[in-house]
Unconditional design. Structure first.
Length: 232
């Protein structure tokens, strides 16, 4: 029996069902973000021996703060350490990069935290990419704080808008399309398929990738994983 049903059966006689349900809603765990989807595919590929060489994972959009269901930078770094992959995390906000450098120093000093626009980093990156996590420029859902909006103006010189979000993520994949290894996995956070079109961060980037030969391998409803075809 689930906690919700147990609460209903136990408290119905005294009329406290609504209170019990409210408590259940507060204590249930926060949903994990798209990094969990990428980690799952990283572990699967590692267990299947899909690569004989050292792999590279890049995160675009470093963790800002430790919140339930988030902390993607730490979790991706720990996974890379376990499977023997190299890790980069990239963010345009120096505060996020500073925090990430301290974190990575305690996990694997060779891992790198870089303060840069994600699309610029990917354009300049001269290696190959096995895993890419795109969770950078925010979707404008109407609830961002003024401080968050001001950080965008300060570091990017532009407003936090959906059109800018879509373009940034499209530019990211355009700038590294020739650097993906066969079977490479790319995950977009805050992305969904609804009413026959993509929404969120991958709105324009996913159609571009599909045209380039990638395929959607998993869609959780809030994050999407794509893969480049493996070598034959």
């Amino acid at each position: 029996m689930t906690f919700k049903r147990l609460a209903r059966s136990a408290l119905r006689p005294v009329g406290l069902e609504d209170i019990a349900v409210r408590i259940w809603r507060r204590v249930k765990p926060a949903p994990e973000h798209g990094h969990v989807l990428l980690i799952d595919h990283m572990r699967r590929r590692s267990g299947e021996g899909k690569s004989d060489s050292a792999q590279t994972c890049i995160e675009i959009g470093t963790t800002r703060e430790a919140l339930a269901g988030q902390c993607s930078t730490e979790k991706l770094a720990q996974t890379c350490l376990q499977i023997g992959a190299h890790f980069y995390t990239v963010d345009m906000d120096i505060d996020n990069t500073t925090g990430a450098k301290q974190l990575l120093a305690s996990i694997a000093p060779a891992f790198a935290a870089v303060c840069s626009k994600g699309e610029d980093f990917l354009a300049d990156f001269d290696g190959t990419i096995d895993y890419l996590y795109l969770d950078a420029f925010d979707v404008d859902h109407g609830r961002h704080s003024e401080r968050r909006k001001e950080r965008y103006r300060e570091f990017l010189g532009e407003e936090l808008t959906n059109s800018a979000c879509w373009k940034m993520h499209l530019d990211c994949v355009k700038n590294c399309m020739g650097k993906f290894t066969p079977g490479a996995v790319v995950v977009f956070d805050d992305t969904s398929w609804k009413d026959s079109e993509w929404h969120g961060k991958g709105k324009h980037a996913i159609p571009f990738m599909l045209e380039a030969g990638f395929s959607v391998i998993e869609n959780t409803g809030h994050s999407v994983a794509l893969a480049r075809p493996s070598a034959t």
